[in-house]
Ligand binder design. Structure first.
Ligand code: TMP
Length: 219
């Protein structure tokens, strides 16, 4: 069995940059890995992602949104994550079930219990070996998103979630921190307001500890 490591955080937390850098680190160390993410880690998921993030899908109901994220995950576990873990690879995944609890549960203020049951069903009860939570205040995170959008010549925010107001993202952050408190064994909280290289060094320390404990031959 491989290792399943998830990367979580609010918008602008820098997790997507960090997951790429983590992939570079594993490559350098000769550890077999797969880099993937949700929503959109499979061809079916790519179609679901378009619906989920489309600015014009504002009429999507909370339950529909939840079930589409769950459908994306079911396909992703079946097609990519499960087989890669069986193959002994380290799977680095940009968001997983914690994102659904944080966004659809805390963010959309839906009951957590049925959401967790739906996530369990979709993921075949797969739980990460380690979840890195890139923690940053919602206002700093959104500032980064706005600057990134401006840098790409895009003044309006890019998708449905990034358009949500500050309070929504603050609630999601609280949700993630609550999840980390409930699951101290698998969560590692990283202060993501630090510069990119400092954050990366912390990620490497966590990765190294885990891959060595699991007996991967590290170069
Ligand atoms: P990304 O920006 O990390 O690619 O994620 C896309 C958006 O989807 C992001 O705003 C978070 C949101 N999301 C949920 O609301 N629930 C989920 O279960 C997942 C995986 C993502």
């Amino acid at each position: 069995m491989g290792l399943f490591i998830t990367f979580e955080g609010i918008e602008g937390s820098g997790k997507t940059t960090q997951i790429r850098m983590a992939g570079g680190y594993l490559k350098k160390r000769g550890v077999p890995f797969v880099l993937t993410g949700e929503p959109g880690g499979t061809p079916v998921g790519t179609e679901l992602r378009k619906i989920l993030l489309d600015k014009t899908s504002l009429a999507l109901s909370c339950r529909t949104e939840l079930l589409l994220f769950a459908a994306d995950r079911a396909q992703h576990v079946e097609e990519v994550i499960g087989p890669s873990l069986e193959n002994g690879e380290v799977v680095l995944c940009d968001r997983f079930s914690d994102a659904t609890v944080a966004y659809q549960g805390y963010g959309r203020k839906q009951d957590i219990e049925p959401i967790q049951a739906i996530c369990d069903f979709a993921s075949q009860s797969l739980i990460s070996d380690m979840t890195l939570l890139f923690d940053i205040s919602a206002d700093k995170g959104l500032d980064r998103v706005i600057n990134r959008a401006r840098g790409m010549g895009n003044v309006p925010l890019e998708d449905r979630f990034e358009k949500e107001h500050l309070k929504f993202h603050e609630t999601i952050r609280k949700g993630y921190l609550a999840l980390a408190k409930e699951n101290p064994g698998r969560f590692r909280i990283i202060d993501s307001s630090q510069d990119i290289d400092a954050v990366h060094r912390e990620v490497c320390i966590h990765l190294e500890g885990l891959i060595e404990r699991r007996g991967y031959a590290v170069q």
